[in-house]
Design a protein around this ligand. Structure first.
Ligand code: GAR
Length: 197
């Protein structure tokens, strides 16, 4: 059984997709042990509590400096003896020490087809704004391993989504979530849990 920790900063719809996929049997041999957020108001924490899953908030604002926050984050993650850490809309830089310690055991979902619209400054709605501005006809989502760079680790899965006339960043974001993110993130976890990478 793969012990999974999910880290999320916001609404947690990707977390929900993982939990639903575990319930439906689309993901097997995996269980979410803990949800960690940097944001006390993250609805992802509420989703975890509703399911009886440990919900932990570590806000950088409550620490003296970044280093102290990073140390506490790694210590917290270590407590749960995790096999896989899933960044599901976690908008905080992961400590280098955590990347080293959990190499090939941290995955991230990004709302574009990497290498388009990724790297510094590309997160959340900004990604879809940039895609619309550039006028791409296809966008999508990517699940990848996390390395020291920004959205630069090995790609696990990608799914393309068509940009439609009249799309706004919000509409595009929603369609990318529905058609790509909520499908490929659980699928990647299932593959890792069942040695099918
Ligand atoms: C998702 O669209 C995810 O791909 C994105 O944040 C959103 C979180 O939504 N992540 C990034 O942009 C990371 N660079 P959620 O909290 O509803 O899952």
């Amino acid at each position: 059984m793969l012990r999974v920790g999910v880290m999320a900063s916001g609404g947690g719809t990707n977390l929900q997709a993982i939990l639903d996929a575990i319930d439906s049997g689309a993901v097997t041999n995996a269980g979410v042990e803990v949800v960690i957020s940097n944001n006390p108001g993250a609805y992802a924490l509420e989703r975890a509590r509703n399911r009886g899953i440990q919900a932990v908030c570590l806000s950088p604002k409550t620490f003296e400096n970044r280093e102290a926050f990073h140390e506490a984050l790694l210590k917290k993650v270590d407590e749960y003896d995790l096999d896989l850490i899933v960044l599901a809309g976690f908008l905080v830089t992961i400590p280098a020490a955590m990347i080293r310690k959990y190499r090939n055991r941290i995955i991230n979902i990004h709302p574009s087809l990497i290498p388009s619209f990724c790297g510094v400054g590309f997160y959340g709605l900004k990604v879809h704004e940039a895609a619309l501005k550039r006028g791409v006809k296809l966008t999508g989502a990517t699940v990848h391993f996390v390395d020291e760079g920004m959205d630069s680790g090995p790609i696990i899965l990608q799914r393309a989504v068509e940009v439609l006339p009249g799309d706004t960043p919000e509409r595009l974001q929603r369609r990318v979530m529905e058609e790509a993110e909520w499908q490929i993130l659980p699928e990647a976890i299932d593959r890792i849990a069942n040695d099918r990478l």
